[in-house]
Design a binder for this molecule. Sequence first.
Ligand SMILES: C[S@@+](CC[C@H](N)C(=O)[O-])C[C@H]1O[C@@H](n2cnc3c(N)ncnc32)[C@H](O)[C@@H]1O
Length: 267
Amino acid sequence: MSAVSKFDVADDVAHPEVSANSSLRSVIEASGYRPYGDWCWDGYKPTIVALAKAYGLTRLLEIGGGRDPSFSPEEAAEHGFQVTINDISSVELENMKANFGTACFDVSGDISSTGIAKGAYDLAYSRMVFEHVKDVEQAWTNLYQLLAPGGVAIAFYPTLYCPPFVVNKFIPESVSSAIVNLLYKHRTADEDPKFPAFYDHCYGAPGLVEPMLRDIGYRDVAVMPFYGHEYFINIPVVREIDALVSNLARRTNFGRLSAYAYAVVRK
Ligand SMILES: C[S@@+](CC[C@H](N)C(=O)[O-])C[C@H]1O[C@@H](n2cnc3c(N)ncnc32)[C@H](O)[C@@H]1O
């Protein structure tokens, strides 16, 4: 997978100019979007910065940032961001080492009790959070309330029907936790806890997500899939078959077999 997946032509691509009138898709393409499972990890923070710069967004809310926010305080200062970290878990926020403001609430819950004003944020972003949210449509509806007009939200999540995530969705939580503990010794409840995953609306196929986002009222929406993952890296044969299927899905842009996606919306 990695032999062909990593930025093979990205550096040769001429990136179009972006402006405040550009579509989300063109901003993300201009930031170097490549539909590979390794690009989505490396490209996530640059994509957030590109969106912020394109639309002049400064008040940021990280959803489910937990103990490990995406930006350091130094990076936030460098980009002129005022960052607030949200999480459903007060324990995660208490374990956060960076000195950011916090907002403890369920992104898919009743946000009227949070005391946060409507339109308080310009840019909401999340990484590996939406698969843990039971009602993702409600989460996107809440973000619509929290964003100022012209504001942007981006969710980066693992997608169905990528085999390891299908397995994680359907096996009991006790079994998946035991597997994770067996494979990854550092994944203890104290150091790096595993959270239950539901994968509600976690698709890389645009047609399975974009209509829901448009119905909420967002003026621009884009679901950008990524293909390939490393879960089978130590399992010969399965690894090769999975890479073949992922590469075929990428070439044919068959989003139902992507591994990850960015869902991006603009109010
Ligand atoms: C897998 S961790 C990801 C943490 C961090 N975003 C990262 O990439 O390292 C998922 C985080 O989402 C939080 N979370 C889960 N459900 C949530 C919800 N409904 N609202 C807000 N945060 C939630 C969890 O408490 C946890 O901190």
